[in-house]
Write a protein that binds this ligand. Structure first.
Ligand code: CP
Ligand code: NVA
Length: 312
């Protein structure tokens, strides 16, 4: 058992749960774990460990990347949804946490309010990972920054343009900027701004707000966006379609960015809404690497939470 496990359980509930130094370690481990995967090299450090995955919202990437990733590390998974477990029949989250964490080694949860995952973690004997909440999506930003580093090197000092909703992805980009030393240019329609308190930021020093999304993209090293309507907000869909009409990342926005700027989207995407087909399917887009990298970074994260700093 590593010292990490003996001393304290580490959860990954928001981006700020790890330090810049720990992120440097994770990115190096993710690169090594990805190399092993590509070379068909067996690597089973989590043999006999079980990951419980709890989904209260839909998923493709998060489900596949955690499930495939855990098997590749030699472990196994249990998949639960609200509909097929007692979670959907009002068993208290605290009781669910006590029970599930007695039988498994690690828990990944995708749910609605951040408070829910925090209550689960407070009653869990094992590390809990945020697989997306209304407020945050740290595993996605972990993958996005790893993808940026793979293509362009360090993200420190760079400019990331966020075009669209002030949602879980935007909040997490802002946390990452504060921690890792880059700047976010934010452009959201009026009424959909980021709330600095919800994002859990120390200050406004690492972001700048722009009314016009084109201005936010000017000089950016990376342009990124997300769906206009996140899961759980479907009732607002029609109003959002009107409000977000000018927040579509198209070729003119990419032209405002640096010539070698990358485009990212966490996916699923709606071509013709938040991004044009020309951009997401164009030469600056790295969305498929970004999606694949979810698996590599999360394998590094699971290794870290269960075994501490592995150097092999
Ligand atoms: N990006 C992401 O989390 O995708 P899923 O909703 O498919 O898991
Ligand atoms: N903001 C989106 C991300 C989906 C991966 C949502 O929460 O639905």
């Amino acid at each position: 058992m590593s010292s990490l496990q003996q001393n304290a359980i580490r959860h990954y509930l928001q981006f700020t749960d790890l330090s810049a130094d720990e992120y440097a370690h994770l990115f190096a481990r993710a690169a090594e774990i990805k190399r092993k995967f590509k070379a068909y090299e067996k690597y089973h450090p989590l043999a006999d460990r079980t990951l419980a995955m709890i989904f209260e919202k839909a998923s493709t990437r998060t489900r596949v990347s955690f499930e495939a990733g855990m098997y590749q590390l030699g472990g196994s998974v249990v998949h639960l949804t609200t509909g097929d477990s007692q979670l959907g029949r009002s068993e208290p989250i605290e009781d669910s946490a006590r029970v599930i964490s007695r039988m498994t080694d690690l828990v990944m949860i995708r749910t609605f309010g951040q408070d829910k995952i925090e209550r689960f973690a407070a009653h869990s004997r094992v590390p809990v990972i945020n697989g997306l909440t209304n407020e945050f999506h740290p595993c996605q930003i972990l993958a996005d920054i790893f993808t940026y580093i793979e293509h362009r090197g360090s993200i420190q000092g760079k400019v990331v343009a966020w075009v669209g909703d002030g949602n879980n992805m935007a909040n997490t980009w802002l946390q990452a900027a504060e921690l890792l030393g880059f700047t976010v240019h934010l452009s959201t329609p009026s009424g959909y701004e980021v709330d600095q308190a919800i994002a859990g930021l120390r200050s406004s020093a690492s972001y700048k707000v722009f009314k016009d999304p084109q201005d936010a993209c000017r000089g950016a090293d990376l342009v990124t966006t997300d769906v206009w309507t996140s899961m759980g907000y479907e009732a607002e869909n029609e109003a959002r379609k009107k409000a977000f009409a000018n927040w579509c990342v198209d070729e003119s926005m990419m032209q405002a960015a640096k010539p070698d700027a990358l485009f990212m989207h966490c996916l699923p995407a709606h071509r013709g809404e938040e991004v044009s087909a020309e951009v997401i399917d164009g030469p600056q887009s790295v969305v498929w690497d970004e999606a694949e990298n979810r698996m590599h970074v999360q394998k590094a994260l699971m290794e870290f939470l269960l075994l501490g700093r592995v150097s092999a």
